[in-house]
Design a protein around this ligand. Structure first.
Ligand code: AGP
Length: 371
């Protein structure tokens, strides 16, 4: 084969390790330091058309849908345009209202996912404008859309997507900055984000360098029958993606929740057998996040806290059941991408410990091309 896993144990690990390079490729030639903006010529939209957008609707399936949720958050935060993501597999069945001033964004690694493709066709049939965030050049979705951003992640073979998701996230960051800069995002704010984006490939590398530590944690998590992944606001889609990756390849039940919702039900399940992986970035919600983690620790639930170096865990740090994992800080709007990386390695090493086929999990296909 012209493309194989080479010296790596698996395609998934190879693709995880390729992320700094993939991140550089998706950003290359698209950042403008001088004006603190992004240039996405492939969208085929001038400043006036970009300004006329009143809403953004993102469509994708599985992990692409979760990254779409992260993207919607960034677009609302940076461009102040109402934005949300929806599972493309559900969209057309509820006879959606298609609006002329909504920008529809289809997101797909393969560009062949049938549910996403059919959603695109339905929107276009009703006169909506759709742009694509697609990895595979010339794929069905790439051919169907009005414009788009190629992800340049390179070929992805493992069923569990990693590097393609990272490039999707970065493409959403570029889109959010471009939409923001024709609105109220200032030049200095734009520059702050451009500088942070440029630093991301190296920051991703520093997380990959902690693989051994993450493997030891994964070893313990793999023993659990069921786990929670929790986060709030920017961290919640990260938790959803973390749970998805974990269940896909380790076949363990992993459920994502908003940390704030634990006390409204799922806290009843917490005991020493049910670990929680919690995302606690340094942001406006750190204290509230930590308060919720105390509730878990009080029930002797094992905790893996993914956090920033300057977050003080207080009493929790003394708790025997608490493991701390650090990722470098970016700008707060861009933190989700770095929080996602350790979750990939936790899932990968859990599956490895359980002696499972990480590249080809049972029951799943790399892209779902039939309904
Ligand atoms: C990712 O790990 C999954 N295997 C899956 O959810 C995937 O993201 C989804 O099927 C969408 O695929 P696409 O990006 O090729 O459209």
């Amino acid at each position: 084969a012209s493309y194989d896993a080479g010296e790596h144990a698996s395609f998934m690990r190879k693709e995880i390790l390729e992320q700094p390079a993939a991140a550089e490729r998706v950003l290359r030639g698209r950042l403008d330091e001088r004006f603190g903006t992004a240039h996405l010529g492939g969208l085929n939209m001038d400043a006036r058309e970009s300004r006329a957008i009143r809403r953004v609707k993102i469509l994708g399936c599985g992990s692409a849908y979760y990254v779409g949720q992260m993207g919607a958050g960034m677009i609302e935060e940076l461009a102040r345009i109402p934005a949300n993501a929806e599972a493309a597999s559900e969209f057309r069945y509820r006879n959606p209202v298609i609006e002329p001033d909504t920008l529809y964004v289809a997101v797909s690694q393969s560009g062949e996912t049938i549910d996403t493709l059919l959603a695109v066709q339905e929107i276009r049939r009703k006169g909506g404008r759709v742009v694509g965030l697609v990895n595979v050049v010339g794929s069905a979705i790439a051919r169907e859309v009005d414009g788009g951003i190629y992800l340049h992640a390179g070929p992805e073979v493992a069923v569990a997507s990693t590097k393609a998701l990272t490039t999707m996230y970065l493409a959403f960051a570029l889109l959010a900055i471009q939409l923001g800069r024709v609105r109220d995002l200032s030049i200095s704010e734009g520059r702050r984000l451009v500088t942070a984006l440029q630093a991301l490939p190296e920051q991703i590398q520093t997380i990959l360098d902690t693989e051994e530590e993450l493997a030891a944690v994964a070893h313990r998590l793999a023993q659990a029958r069921s786990l929670f992944f929790v986060g709030r606001v920017r961290g919640y889609p990260v938790a959803r993606e973390g749970a998805q990756k974990f269940k896909e390849i380790s076949y363990r039940h992993a459920e994502a929740y908003q940390t704030s919702e634990l006390k409204h039900g799922p806290l009843a399940l917490i005991d020493p057998e049910v670990p929680t992986v919690a995302l606690v970035p340094h942001d406006e919600l750190t204290d509230r996040n930590l308060a919720a983690l105390h509730e878990i620790a009080a029930r002797r639930g094992p905790l893996v806290v993914i956090t920033h170096p300057d977050v003080d865990l207080g009493d929790l740090a003394q708790h025997p059941e608490v493991t701390r994992i650090e990722v470098p800080r970016s700008e707060r709007e861009l933190d989700p991408i770095l929080l996602t990386i350790p979750l990939q390695l936790l899932a990968y090493h859990a599956a490895l410990t359980l002696d499972l086929d990480v590249d080809k999990p049972r029951n799943l296909a790399k892209s779902v091309t039939v309904e």
